[in-house]
Design a protein around this ligand. Sequence first.
Ligand SMILES: [Zn+2]
Length: 734
Amino acid sequence: MKRAGLVAALLLLLLAAFGVKGELVELPDVPVRAAPGEFDAGRAMARLRRILGDQRPHPVDSAANDAVRARLVGELRALGLDPRIADAFTCNGAATGQTVSCARVRNLVATIGPAQGRHVLLVSHYDSTPTGPGAADDGIGLASMLEVAALLRDRPLRRPVSFLFNEGEETGLIGARAFLERDPLAARVDSLVNLESRGTTGPAIMFETSRPNGRAIRHYARSATRPSANSLTTDFSRLIPNQTDVAVLKERPWTILNFAIIGNETRYHSPDDSIANLDPRSLRHMGEQALQATADLAGGGPAPAGGELLYGDVLGIGLVTLPLRLGLASVGALLLGFAWLAWRRRGGVGRGAAALALAMADAALTAFLLHRLIGWLRPGEYWRAHPEWISLAIDSTAMASASVALLWIARPVARDRLRIAFWLAFLLLGAILCAAAPGAAIYFLLPPLLAGIGLIWPRAERIATGLALLALAIHWLPLLHLSQVLLDFDQGWVFAPVSVLILFPFLIEAKPALARLGRVRVTAALAAAAALAWLPAALAPAYSPERKQRLSLEYVWDETRGNARWMAYHDRGPLPAALGRMERGVEVPWSSYRRWAADTRGPAVAAPALEGLTARVERGNRLITFRLRMRGSDVVRLVGPKGSRFLAVRAGGSLRRFGKGGAEEAPVFRCHGRSCEGLEVALLVEGKTRIEAAIVGTRSGLPGEGVKLVQARPDTAQPQYVPDTTVALGKVQL
Ligand SMILES: [Zn+2]
């Protein structure tokens, strides 16, 4: 019984290590006073507080953003800089999408350092979404850049450093497009440091580089004192495109480093993205890395070599790098080595590998089913307030699956064969992953190498095996944690096989002890523990003041039908009773996310209008010209029916082609801000036949009838991604 207690305690300890894995990426506290020449987060935060003033949302081309810009100019002047304003009406759209967005943007540019030489460019944006104050997004970028300017101003630089505070990032990367298209400075830049945010806490991760990455990574590796980066994340960010200014700026062959914080996404693009919630440790971490990278790019030694590198930080202490080819060859060599070992000591290896595969499948399936079951009982993001509980439930499930597979399927297999089987399968998975994301190789090198030494050198068996397990945990637990922070638990089951992969080699070592306790007993205990672990996940409150429910309200007036509706944009969780019975899954022309809706009575709201509309056929397509009348809206969207295509738009002196887009994607022309009023637009629509388009005007805030609903919204819910909005819907023939 004593032994049972010891084994149980060890397993609990292992689970506890998973439970506190977030600590591995925790940042140190900000010192009260920064050392001279070091990034001063307190001073940076004070500047940000002054710039954001009353912390109103300040979207592109709004009066609120005029005020932010004026205060930003004031702060730059106080630093002895002489910012210039580049004012341009600009349109932008991605090559892969059927949306083009236009706005008048005023980019702020300031330069320090010598007059000669290629510029290092630091970039952040000073507009926010209409939903929140944007203290992190992208206040963290503004604050970091101002402090970097203050510190570098007095240092000898070998080449100029320019600071671009752009406007209109949130509405389609318009400021970055304006910079590339219109600003002569763009031709003199050769390096870029971009600062962004998708949350309010956590480390500033360097998640994207130019390709090949060698030059950027060498600058980063030799300058960053607390690096947070790995080559898997950068490959991942390329496979799943993110929307930062770098998406536009990387059209140029610059050396690029892109930083972002991603902690607590529930506050991103919400009223809670406020100064009070911006973690000063995150600000310091971002500022510090921006300062170090910029100083190295502008004043450091000679430009490093290029090439393609694998890299990964080790608990933020340092950055390990090695040439990609060497890394891939090493994974291949390790794979061959373990295949040779498996052939030499066959008998049981296949069974061991099968146990691993079944454990991964079993854990994924169990987690999937339980997650679905709870989700069915508790609609909405039931894990939102307490992601740590669902994480623990998934890890416990993984531990039960792995132990049971080892005790039943791999029962007769000797420990060394199991080790060989595990590392061989681990490397095979690595090789497959590397085919899609070569940067993953960094995660498949050290642990199997150490394990291999333990297998072929009996005298080092214990120490090498122990070190292999330690290396595995140090490599993989922070990765698992940051993946969970990034992806959240909507598809939480995907983390279960990863947990199995980390736990399995530990459990191989514990297997003899577990077997002595009795297979049936251990299986029953672990299954019960795993089932129990789902209870807190199932019962914990779904939302909290720190992690609120996403719930935006929309008042929608349909001009053509003459009716009004309340709509909810939310996580499909519970809604305030005041909204009454709602129809679900309602398609709307201004978003691809379906709403819940209920009829109501309320005031008519004028939709924007197209004045002086003309149309003529040009080379088989229709060229439509008109003047925009906003009639009180802040944003207008012209949305063609699905299947129709917009080809190009010219507005305010800016010409932009629409991208390809999917077959099911509706084409959208958007204009944001005050300068849309009276704007002359020419729109080229594919084909000769007329189409009926929706015209949608939106403005922040609800009519008086909405006051009661807003009051009925619980304290643990808030608008996110879209503000409470009044929408006016009309139709036009194009
Ligand atoms: Zn942003």
